[in-house]
Design a protein around this ligand. Structure first.
Ligand SMILES: Nc1ncnc2c1ncn2[C@@H]1O[C@H](COP(=O)(O)OP(=O)(O)OP(=O)(O)O)[C@@H](O)[C@H]1O
Ligand SMILES: [Mg+2]
Length: 323
């Protein structure tokens, strides 16, 4: 089946008089790992709860494997593993008891249980806490048990709301590795505030802000969508000193260059930022322009705009309209 694994159409959600979602559309094909980003209160958790059937949309709909979630809650949930933002675990149960209980609910056949338990114990690193009460666990271990809960029935789709929140750096690295491995055969949506995590694990990034979609692109596309920056250090070739205006004017000449700004004077030359369109590599043009203007290029480095810069630009501009 090549229809989308997850699709949301014109999703709107009101909590009383608060409009949390203002019409969200996207669809996720099989096997994709999607990073779901947005500032606090943007509507990430709300969207995830609607996809997993824990919350009804005010209008619009969510579909899982082509089935509307509201009309087929059990069937769609069977395909999903969900790690909620605050995993509602049973405080008085031991971890092992809780996983047994979850396996019952998920109707995992007895023949497969032992193998699933072993895998989850290993993958989520919970071997040492199996006989502890959930209420006694630290935040990171609760999160690990939440992950085991989400994955125990080997679902095709995983919806993880801030999966690495509360974990230590070692475990974060483990979970990232796990997510990348899972992504080979599963479809994943994960929300996070850790942007390097998205860069490390996701194929695609969806950014929402104030209940609206503000970006839907690949990580690479988002990082260079706003253009590329080339940092240049120029020095005079002859005896005469550099004239700032002349440098700017000369480097501005190529068609591939959008803008030029001097960022500082260094001992050995003038530091200049040249912005170009993302799609072109302006370095050759800059080199030719420098030679033509009798300038020496001491350094030249092309950098993509960081995901963090893009995130801030997209979400702050948008937030500003509503404050
Ligand atoms: N149960 C609720 N009752 C009323 N308003 C709510 C409820 N849950 C969420 N909201 C509001 O809906 C909006 C979106 O919240 P949501 O939890 O989906 O954001 P989020 O993107 O997950 O944020 P965070 O990054 O802080 O987890 C916010 O304005 C929030 O205050
Ligand atoms: Mg949230």
């Amino acid at each position: 089946m090549d229809s989308a694994m997850i699709e949301v159409r014109e999703l709107v959600k009101d909590y009383g008089r608060t409009r949390a979602l203002r019409g969200i559309d996207f669809s996720v094909p099989r096997g994709q790992i999607v990073g779901f980003l947005g500032p606090n209160g943007a509507g990430k958790t709300t969207t995830m709860k609607i996809i997993t059937g824990y919350l009804e949309a005010t209008s619009g709909q969510a579909l899982v494997r082509g089935l509307p979630v509201e009309e087929h809650p059990l069937e769609t949930r069977a395909h999903i593993g969900y790690l909620p933002e605050n995993a509602p675990l049973y405080e008085d149960m031991m971890v092992q008891e809780f996983l047994d209980f979850v396996a019952d609910i998920r109707q995992i056949p007895a023949a497969q249980r032992r193998q699933r338990f072993r895998l989850m114990t290993e993958v989520c690193g919970i071997g040492d806490v199996l006989s502890k009460n959930i209420g006694e666990l630290s935040k990171g271990f609760r999160q690990r048990v939440g992950l085991a809960h989400a994955m125990i029935h080997d679902p095709e789709i995983l919806i993880l709301d801030e999966p690495t929140s509360g974990l230590d750096p070692n475990q974060i690295a483990e979970i990232r590795k796990l997510i990348r491995e899972l992504g080979r055969e599963k479809t994943l949506i994960l929300s996070t505030h850790i942007l390097p995590e998205v860069q490390a694990t996701c194929d695609r990034v969806i950014i929402i802000s104030d209940g609206k979609l503000v970006a839907d692109d690949t990580v690479q596309g988002l990082m260079t969508g706003d253009g590329a920056r080339i940092q240049v250090l120029v020095a005079p070739r002859g005896e005469s000193p550099l004239e700032m205006e002349k440098v700017v004017e000369s480097l501005q000449k190529p068609d591939s260059v959008r803008s030029v700004s001097v960022v500082g004077e260094k001992e050995d030359g003038l530091a200049v930022d040249v912005l170009s369109d993302a799609a072109v590599d302006a370095r050759r043009d800059i080199f030719e322009a420098a030679i033509a203007a009798d300038l020496a290029l001491l350094e030249m480095q092309r950098q993509s705009v960081s995901l963090e810069e893009t995130f801030r630009r997209l979400t702050m501009e948008d937030g500003g309209e509503h404050v």
